[in-house]
Design a binder for this molecule. Structure first.
Ligand SMILES: C[S@@+](CC[C@H](N)C(=O)[O-])C[C@H]1O[C@@H](n2cnc3c(N)ncnc32)[C@H](O)[C@@H]1O
Ligand SMILES: [Zn+2]
Ligand SMILES: [Zn+2]
Length: 398
């Protein structure tokens, strides 16, 4: 029988439809699961339930949190299934094989050796998407290799690496230079000092570039992303290999502590999170993750600030506004209106939309910074859409 996990590709649309008598697959919140989730190479799996004409099936199943296509990760297990010792061992072995070839520490050591090399010896294998040390050259002899990798190129890994466009896993749609410049300027003007970049590698590198170039920006940035290739370019304090659909740090506690320290520095003052997840991702697991990150930030706050909300910019399809507001009632959507001459819409969202070739992008921000953003950008502010309206838009788009 085909695993129901294979049908998750339009899960969010289906999830919204289910209470109206629709069919699809829905995530079961971890708090409602009876046991800890089994692991796939992408960390703890998620528990799903199939919904047929508004009714949940009784048998629930675990599937990968990060990959919405079984070709990328074919993990499947019924919730009540008992696995033999041999199958558990085979799974453990499979998970080990799915881990990155190098540890985080090895990546850092390689990077430090790489930057010591003279320019003529700094090579990058395009076929393997890897920085090469002289010992590696033999193995990559027949591959597509570029030489003379400059410091500027090392600081812009998103230009050296090819974007992983697989829509059902990475969906790496990068911001244009202008969008990034605009966002960096906006964040700086709003007075933020630290940016937690969740799935925004290009924004991360521009922030670092702006700071290191002595261009008066004192923004710091930490990138959390599932794309392991970025490990080659950053030290441990600026990149964590991370899955935003289950809050999994692939390098365990030390990486989690890097994130915690970043969020809690200066008692959490001056932090904003900017996130641009794959548009096919489910809102609920993202919301659970973001609440965990918010929780970490809150732990570092003093008592007086306990009512404060962590500032967040979340770029996501506009038709999911009602879903997002279910989890974050204080979020406000800054809308893109076609034909509008509003500076913000033109300079930012139209670029995001072009880059992503989807006319669906919107920016969600925590309510209390809305006025500041609006004052700076003249972005239009809309009334929240009713759930029923957003559902009908969703159907049209899909
Ligand atoms: C739509 S792109 C956003 C890129 C952004 N516009 C930029 O230019 O910086 C999505 C990003 O999320 C990352 N990503 C995809 N799935 C992820 C996951 N499960 N956990 C963490 N990051 C993920 C991708 O590698 C990619 O960098
Ligand atoms: Zn997986
Ligand atoms: Zn190679």
């Amino acid at each position: 029988m085909a695993a129901p996990g294979a049908e998750r590709e339009c899960a969010e649309a289906e999830l919204c439809a289910d209470s109206q008598g629709g069919s699809g697959v829905k995530v079961v919140p971890p708090s409602e699961a009876a046991a800890p989730a089994p692991l796939c190479p992408h960390g703890p799996t998620l528990l799903f339930v199939k919904v047929s004409q508004g009714k949940e099936e009784t048998r629930r199943f675990y599937a990968c949190s990060a990959c919405r296509d079984r070709k990328d990760c074919n993990f499947f297990q019924w919730e009540d299934e008992k696995l033999s010792g041999a199958r558990l061992a085979a799974r453990e072995c499979h998970n080990r094989r799915g881990r990155p070839p190098l540890s985080r520490l090895q990546c850092v050591e390689r990077y430090l050796r790489f930057i010591q090399l003279p320019l003529t010896q700094r090579k990058f294998c395009e076929s393997c998407q890897q920085l090469l040390l002289p010992d590696d050259w033999g193995v990559h002899g027949e591959h597509q290799v570029v030489g003379d990798v400059s410091v500027t190129q090392l600081r812009r890994p998103s230009q050296l690496l090819y974007p992983l466009e697989n829509k059902k896993a990475n969906a790496q749609y990068l911001f244009s230079e202008r969008t990034c410049q605009f966002l960096v300027g906006l964040l700086s003007t709003l007075g933020f000092r630290r940016v937690l970049c969740v799935g925004t590698p290009r924004l991360h590198e521009l922030i670092r570039l702006t700071t290191s170039g002595g261009k008066k920006s004192n923004l710091k940035s930490l990138l959390l992303d599932i794309d392991f290739r970025y490990s080659q370019f950053y030290m441990e304090d600026s990149f964590c290999h991370y899955n935003m659909f289950n809050h999994h740090f692939f390098d365990g506690k030390p990486a989690l502590e890097v994130c915690r320290a970043f969020l809690q520095e200066d008692k959490g003052d001056g932090v904003i999170m900017v996130t641009d997840p794959p548009f096919g991702g489910l809102v609920e697991p993202l919301a659970i993750t973001f609440k965990k990150l918010i929780g970490m930030w809150k732990e570092g706050q003093s008592q007086d600030d306990s009512q404060q909300e962590m500032p967040i910019f979340w770029i996501f399809p506009y038709f999911l506004e009602a879903r997002i507001c279910q989890f974050f009632p204080s979020f406000c959507m800054l809308d893109y209106q076609p034909g509008s001459t509003v500076a913000f819409a033109i300079t930012v969202l139209s670029h995001i939309i072009h880059v992503r070739a989807l006319k669906t992008a919107a920016l969600f921000v925590v309510n209390w910074i809305t006025n500041a953003v609006l004052a700076l950008t003249s972005a239009p502010r809309r009334k929240p859409t009713k759930l029923s309206e957003s559902r009908s838009k969703e159907k049209v788009i899909r």
